[in-house]
Write a protein that binds this ligand. Structure first.
Ligand code: FAD
Length: 306
């Protein structure tokens, strides 16, 4: 009989995988409660960091700051603050960056942001502002030695004329001081591997971390994807077909789809993942469990003692 040589994912040990979780700042008291329940649920998994997004058009500046501050003061987690160039001068953004440093934040996800009219509109830099993400990275580095993550696009940014031109922009962000790239979500792992190959061939050697979006709601995710230039394979649509009014099955299918995707990436040697949590912990917790992550001992002991 042949010895089984299953995929590496069956043999994941502790410490083999690093994860980070992305949240958005809540708008209402009810959303705040959901967010904090999710943060508390995911905290014991000891992510490398958790990031908090910055609303389109700079609309959540105060809420992003408040959420980051609360994470820093009330949890064991390391927060990363997203920051965009939209609707703010360099001076205004520099003040925000200094405030973050003084607060104790050491990691920024630096982005250009979308045009205030939404994706598809022509992007116009704010007069006196940072012109794009590479420019913002330079500005942050001038202020303090933050760790800086930037966005990257396995299927290219919708405004980019080609994948090569898009990778040139990624290179500019890294030359300016970025140390990690987080990818736009994607559903076909081959797309990510092909992109990674092109990025490495361009001499980029920083970690390129796949962004994973669990599909709580297929229609909503397909609409995000259409706006952001991520393709939705036909087979994915088939998996969710007929489930619009069947939340329970949808949930199980979503867990299976995401698990299949991350384990497929692990099998090809990927060991770091960034999860777009949409402020919900359940699917992400289950996927992390499949990746071999378990609650840290200190959390199990303190739960048992309470
Ligand atoms: P850049 O890297 O500056 O540019 C993006 C692309 O535009 C380039 O790759 C290039 O193709 C083209 N481009 C830009 N400038 C030039 C130029 N001078 N010449 C030629 N081409 C150019 N948005 C938010 O509002 N808030 C968030 O918190 C947020 N978080 C995100 C997190 C992740 C992980 C990702 C992937 C995206 C996030 N976004 C967020 C969306 C992001 O702001 C948009 O995708 C935006 O349109 C581009 O931002 P960027 O930082 O990639 O821009």
């Amino acid at each position: 009989m042949l010895a089984s040589t299953g995929p590496k994912s069956r043999f994941l040990g502790r410490g083999a995988i690093d994860v980070s979780f992305e949240f958005f700042p809540p708008k209402t008291a009810a959303m705040e409660e959901t967010l904090w329940r999710s943060i508390r649920r995911l905290e014991p998994l000891r992510p490398r960091y958790v990031s908090v997004t910055y609303g389109a058009g700079g609309s959540t500046r105060e809420r992003t700051h408040a959420t980051v501050a609360r994470i820093l003061h009330e949890t064991t987690l390391k927060p990363a603050a997203h920051l965009t160039c939209v609707a703010a001068t360099k001076g205004e953004l520099d003040d925000v960056i200094r405030d973050y440093w003084d607060l104790g934040v050491r990691h920024i996800v630096a982005l250009r942001g979308d045009p205030p009219g939404g994706v598809g509109d022509r992007y116009q830099p704010t007069p006196g502002g940072y012109v794009n993400a590479a420019d913002l990275v330079k500005g942050i580095k001038r202020i303090a030695p933050f760790e800086i993550s930037v966005a990257c696009y396995p299927e290219k940014h919708p405004e980019s004329p080609s994948v090569e031109a898009d990778i040139d922009m990624l290179k500019a962000k890294i030359d300016a001081g970025a140390t990690t790239a987080i990818s736009q979500f994607f559903f076909d792992n081959e797309v990510f591997f092909r992109y990674l190959e092109r990025v490495r061939a361009r001499g980029i050697d920083i970690p390129v971390v796949p962004g994973i979006i669990p599909i709580h709601n297929f229609k909503q995710v397909a609409s995000f994807a259409a706006k952001s230039g991520a393709s939705v394979p036909e087979w994915l649509g088939h998996r969710f077909e007929g489930l619009d009014d069947d939340q329970e099955t949808r949930h199980l299918v979503a867990a299976a789809v995401a698990a299949e995707q991350v384990l497929g990436l692990v099998d090809q040697g990927i060991t770091e993942f960034h999860f777009y949590t949409l402020n919900r912990a359940d699917l992400v917790y289950a996927i992390c469990h499949m990746l071999g992550l378990r609650p840290a001992k200190a959390f199990i002991e303190s739960k048992a003692a309470s």
